[in-house]
Design a protein. Structure first.
Lengths: 430, 489
């Protein structure tokens, strides 16, 4: 009996001493979005399909492909042409859907990936640097990196590998991916005007990207209620009511960062709202805004900080309130400060300032992309334009901070922004 | 599909015909002659039933030695006629027939079927709960003993010609058939629709095997039908194969569709027939079929569908190149019982339809397979011999209740596959095509009232592997009960 007890104790002890089951997380996607390197992404597509995709680049038809990155190959992915103004038959922007043809297939834990063709950005770096700045400002934004893309072993150009906003990305950003994600689709100039009770009007603008099968009421009534509040809440209750649907400080942080970046086609764009996602966590009425498509950042150096504020219902009502004006200006200055972080006098060159964070990032990324960028024969720019755009970015990084600080000073003193930019104010279309 | 108003007509015609057929079965030297036997043999014991196959032949073994004579038989050719001279006669023995001495014989054929059925699934897309699946009229006969012919057409508006062929029979071992007829592939597909043990053919034979096409065929038999063969070339891949569609074309692009010409062959052997073994085992038959045709590039593979037409495997994969069909079958009819089994496989080549890799663009993929099989058996409770088809010993209504037979079949049909080292995918260029499968159990009772009228009752349980493609989405298993009233003359 004693031996039995001893034996049992030994077995129990051994069992307790054994390590528990190994819990393996999903393959990390972090290396894919490591912007410290120029990735190589290979796509293998049947030549007939590739010809069709290019010939029908305005359509969203999916074609099967194999994607290879480093030593990892994922087969039976679906690729389609993507973009709005950036669609191209020569250098198609691509959405790579890993589960299109194989239910549940993931690549590094991702359901889908965007290969941005960068045809609206001659420098190739606008969006990458802008998203990095957002994240430095603790604004949740998609990750991205640069890649040389090869289709059927033929160099297809420099692309940005962009994390697609989906439930996986929302889980990373907000800790919960089970909520309601909407992609804002630009159809007409819209600036949070009340669209009435017809939820289908909201459906057209705010395309659901998760929970697509839920009722219109579940999907769009919270958006409609938010917009109604922006429009109809009495002045004395505006902040309280609007805050039920949106973190106003975060909204202004985003608006301020975009203003610093001179993004003229964003949340406060020349043609109304554009290029963002709305995310609402399950069981909540509050929305978060996720930036998207910052190709048009790094606009004019003297881009006014109050551009298109008047037309936007929410921005106008916020800017009418001094505390919120101050929050906005602080957000602009925070963006500038973050971009210029580390900028200081060069001890070896008296009177010359060493580059700030943004300048250093641009220089680093330009070094990464320059050779492949010059070899990209599908880009809709000449190499000279590529060089000019690269130089303009550096100028922006060096000078935009000073301009915005001065502008904030003027506006805080009750004076208008320095620039008028009539061309932009008149509105341009992509 | 038949309309409701057509059904009473079929029933009336069937009932009115009762008197004449019984008369035709009175003792008659001719009725026992080789011609009648030939007709009966090919018809599975029921006249006119063999019109879906080759023409009757001349001298041969008595039908009961025929093993599974209903399928691809070469029945014995013209027998001595008890008539004289060139007198033109109209006779009704096994059915209406026009004779001109020994030189010309024209038999008139009629086939009517009415189905009544109920199911868990919605049958409306498949013709509803009442359907008239076959209404056909035809003629069949021979000229100068060596030229045989058959013509059959649907008796419906926009009906199609079924069999339209001529068979030259210089020798039993070497015959040439030309026209439109069934492609020699698959045991069950070659059995006439009015001679099946069940209401519906197995899906393997119905979908994987071609039915009729235009072509010509050499066929014959040797060593007292111990060996039979058929080999032919045809214009297409069978009328039941969905039409080929080229891939989408780029602006200005032209591609030439390959010839769809096919080559098919079939061999049936009765290995025990020449051996000194009990007669009961001599009916064992083993068959093998093969067929090859060409597919144009496109999503042109075969589609999986349930008995009543629900697609459980749709065209979604690119194929290009030859389609290779193979099949083996075995059948045995010991006394009142029978067992049969068949396995069919179709492989569609996929040349140059892959997405490519470091080793080359547009690589070849493993062929896209489809395979099906069935195992079935019957037992005549009233004791009639099965070989050659059930013919009631005591036909209804004058001599008894007819013959009663029970039957059961289990079958499977599976699509998809390829390179099994790859994960399955719905990608149209997947190396391993994600597939789907269906299994069916059929239990049946056949009541042969007389040689002209038969009633069949089948209980059918279909189970689709991927329930989302089931006839009742989300529900894998579906039951159907179907009853058929058939008149064949």
């Amino acid at each position: 009996m004693k031996r039995w007890i001893v034996g049992l104790l030994l077995v129990a002890g051994a069992w307790l001493a054994c390590p528990g089951p190994v819990v393996r997380g999903q393959s990390s996607d972090a290396p894919l979005f490591d912007d410290g390197t120029l990735h190589r992404v290979d796509l293998w597509v049947n030549s007939r399909d590739w010809a069709f995709l290019r010939a029908n680049f305005q359509l969203n038809d999916y074609y099967p492909a194999t994607l290879k990155w480093r030593d990892q190959t994922v087969r039976n992915v679906g690729i389609r042409s993507r973009g709005t103004g950036s669609r191209s038959p020569f250098k198609p922007g691509l959405r790579v859907d890993f589960s299109r043809f194989t239910t549940g297939q993931r690549f590094l834990g991702l359901k889908a990936l965007v290969l941005d063709n960068l045809t609206q950005d001659a420098s190739f770096l606008h969006e990458l640097v802008a998203m990095k700045l957002f994240r430095r400002l603790e604004i949740q934004a998609p990750r991205e990196a640069l890649a040389a893309v090869y289709v059927n072993n033929t160099y297809a150009g420099v692309y940005a590998v962009v994390e697609e906003p989906d439930d996986t990305a929302m889980a990373r950003m907000f800790g919960d991916g089970s909520g309601y994600l909407h992609e804002y689709k630009w159809l007409y100039e819209y600036r949070f005007e009340d669209l009435g009770d017809d939820l289908e009007r909201y459906r057209a603008l705010f395309e659901p990207r998760t929970r697509e099968l839920e009722t219109s009421f579940a999907l769009f009534e919270p958006i409609a209620a938010m917009v109604r509040t922006f429009n109809q809440a009495p002045d004395e209750e505006f902040e309280e009511k609007a805050s039920e649907y949106l973190d106003l400080s975060r909204f202004l942080a985003y608006a301020g960062a975009q203003a610093y970046l001179a993004e003229w086609d964003g949340l406060l764009g020349y043609a109304g709202l554009n290029n963002f996602y709305l995310y609402r966590r399950a069981g909540s009425h509050r929305f978060d805004i996720v930036p998207w498509d910052e190709d048009n950042a790094f606009g004019p150096l003297d881009y006014p900080l109050d551009s298109y504020h008047e037309g936007n219902v929410l921005m106008r009502r916020l800017m009418e309130r001094e505390p919120w004006r101050d929050v906005y200006f602080s957000a602009v200055l925070a963006a500038a400060a973050s971009a210029e972080e580390g900028r200081e006098a060069d001890p070896e060159a008296p009177g010359v300032l060493a580059g700030g964070w943004m300048e250093r990032e641009i220089l680093r990324l330009q070094a990464l992309v320059r050779e492949r960028g010059l070899a990209d024969r599908f880009k809709p720019f000449t190499n000279e334009e590529f060089e000019q755009a690269s130089a303009a970015m550096l100028t922006f990084a060096r000078e935009r901070g000073g301009i915005t600080k001065a502008d904030v000073g003027r506006m805080r003193a009750g004076r208008p922004s320095a620039s008028a930019l009539p061309a932009l104010r008149a509105g341009r279309r992509k | 599909m038949g309309s409701l108003s057509d059904t009473p007509l079929a029933v009336v015609v069937a009932l009115l015909s009762l008197a004449r057929p019984i008369e035709a079965r009175l003792p008659d030297p001719f009725a026992r002659g080789p011609i009648a036997e030939a007709a009966q043999e090919q018809a599975g014991g029921r006249p006119a039933a063999a019109s879906e196959k080759q023409a009757p032949g001349k001298k041969g073994k008595p039908k009961k030695q025929g093993g599974q004579p209903r399928e691809d038989q070469n029945p014995p050719p013209e027998a001595p006629d008890d008539t004289d001279g060139k007198r033109v006669r109209f006779v009704w023995k096994t059915g209406p027939s026009l004779r001109v001495g020994k030189d010309l014989r024209v038999d008139f054929r009629l086939k009517l079927q009415a189905d009544f059925r109920g199911s868990d699934q919605d049958l409306e897309p498949a013709g509803g709960t009442l359907e008239l699946p076959r209404r056909r009229f035809g003629v069949k006969g021979h000229v100068f003993r060596v030229v045989e012919f058959e013509v059959e057409r649907d008796l419906v508006q926009d009906g199609v010609w079924r069999d339209v062929y001529v068979n030259l029979r210089p020798l039993n071992a070497l015959q040439l058939q030309a026209g439109k007829f069934k492609v020699p592939f698959s045991r069950e597909q070659l059995i006439g629709s009015t001679d099946l043990d069940f209401l519906y053919r197995s899906l393997a034979a119905e979908i994987l095997a071609p039915n009729r096409d235009v072509g010509f065929m050499l066929h014959g038999q040797a060593w007292h039908r111990t060996v039979r063969y058929q080999v032919g070339t045809f214009r297409g891949d069978g009328e039941n194969t969905p039409a080929f569609e080229p891939p989408p074309l780029l602006t200005g692009e032209e591609i030439a569709l390959p010839s769809a010409r096919s080559v098919a062959g079939r061999v049936i052997v009765r290995p025990l027939a020449p051996l000194p073994v009990p007669a009961i085992v001599k009916t064992l038959e083993i068959g093998a079929s093969a067929m090859r045709s060409d597919l144009p590039e496109g999503q042109n593979h075969l589609q999986g569908r349930t008995i009543f037409g629900t697609r459980f495997f749709r065209r979604g994969f690119y194929v290009n190149g030859p389609r290779q069909r193979t099949g083996i079958d075995v059948s045995w009819s010991p006394g009142p019982a029978s067992v049969s089994a068949e396995y069919l496989r179709v492989e569609d080549a996929r040349r140059g339809v892959g997405v490519g890799d470091e080793n080359g663009l547009d690589n070849d993929l493993a062929p896209l397979p489809a395979r099906g099989w069935y195992v079935g058996g019957t037992w005549a409770l009233t004791g009639e011999k099965k070989a050659g088809g059930i013919e009631p010993r005591r036909p209804f209504p004058l001599h008894g209740p007819g013959a009663i037979e029970i039957a059961a079949r289990y079958e499977g049909l599976r699509f998809g596959g390829g390179d099994m080292s790859e994960p399955p995918s719905r990608s149209p260029r997947a190396a391993n095509a994600a597939g789907n499968a269906e299994g069916i159990v059929t239990l049946g009772v056949n009541w042969y009232l007389n040689r002209f009228i038969r009633m069949q009752l089948n209980g059918i349980r279909e189970r689709v592997e991927d329930a989302s493609a089931s006839p009742v989405p989300g529900r894998a298993s579906v039951w159907t009960v179907a009853c058929r009233l058939q008149f064949v003359m």
